[in-house]
Ligand binder design. Structure first.
Ligand SMILES: O=C(O)CCC(=O)C(=O)O
Ligand SMILES: [Fe+2]
Length: 254
């Protein structure tokens, strides 16, 4: 049993229960997704959103937000690809069956904020994440060069953009997927709205061939995005003691 006076300073690094509620809305209703993370199981689920009946404009508002964020994500992906000397549309085909979604996060006030996190340290398994947040604050990014967690202070009208795991692999480690978390506080609830830009389930994720050479070999083995994401989701939502797969599981050692 922990009390706030005896809590170990590393305790928060190990918590796997998030102090939050989540509502996910796919931008592509009816998209397919592996029913299990077993590589030999080819069964697919067809995913559907569950729209609340009591909020008449909710569905169209989310659809409009999702469409704008999707457009912004393609633009950012084009610019980041160009920054690596790749064609701007290099990865566009990977989004034909995209699993992108708008997430609504609600973090209630927490009576013991030093014993809980809104969401524990993690890297997003997507290509890019674009986050809108209210003015409460709590999002932090890990920056080892300054020795730890750096708050991403809310700026009115600003969006936070994170590179996710898929782009780290595509870029062969030229870009890093950001480790981040969200703290909670005892006074005020917090809302945040990430847009996760995901490829299709059938995509094999691997470093772009233009970025691989004898001098700079591929740093990752190819992995199937759908199976990887299904594994991550299963571990996260069941709050299993052990976290799910991470891209370092596909790392080729030097
Ligand atoms: O609440 C936030 O600002 C970030 C949430 C987050 O990292 C996530 O949902 O993956
Ligand atoms: Fe995240």
């Amino acid at each position: 049993m922990y009390s706030s006076t005896t809590v170990d300073k590393n305790y928060l690094e190990t918590v796997r229960m998030d102090w939050k509620e989540v509502y996910d809305c796919l931008i592509n209703e009816g998209i397919q997704y592996p029913s299990t993370d077993d590589p030999n199981d080819f069964d697919l689920w067809t995913l559907k959103n569950h729209w609340p009946q009591s909020l008449p404009h909710f569905r169209e508002t989310i659809a409009e937000y999702g469409a704008k964020l999707e457009k912004l994500s393609f633009k950012l992906l084009e610019l980041i690809s160009l920054s690596l000397g790749l064609p701007g549309d290099k990865f566009f085909d990977c989004f034909e069956n995209q699993l992108s979604l708008v997430r609504l996060n609600y973090y209630p006030p927490c009576p013991s904020p030093d014993l809980a996190l809104g969401i524990g340290p993690h890297k997003d398994p997507c290509v890019l994440t674009i986050v809108a947040q209210d003015d409460t604050g709590g999002l932090q990014v890990k920056n080892n060069s300054v020795g730890g967690w750096v708050p991403i202070e809310p700026i009115p009208g600003a969006l936070v953009v994170n590179v996710g795991d898929v782009f780290q692999v595509w870029s062969n480690d030229k870009y890093d997927s950001a480790i981040h978390r969200a703290t909670v506080n005892s006074q005020k609830e917090r809302y945040s709205y990430p847009f996760f830009f995901f490829p299709g389930h059938d995509i094999m994720v691997q470093p772009a061939e233009e970025l691989v050479s004898e001098k700079d070999p591929a740093k990752y083995k190819p992995y199937n995005f759908g199976k990887y994401y299904s594994n991550r989701t299963r571990h996260d939502f069941n709050k299993e003691k052990v976290a799910g797969k991470e891209i370092h599981d596909f790392k080729i050692s030097d």
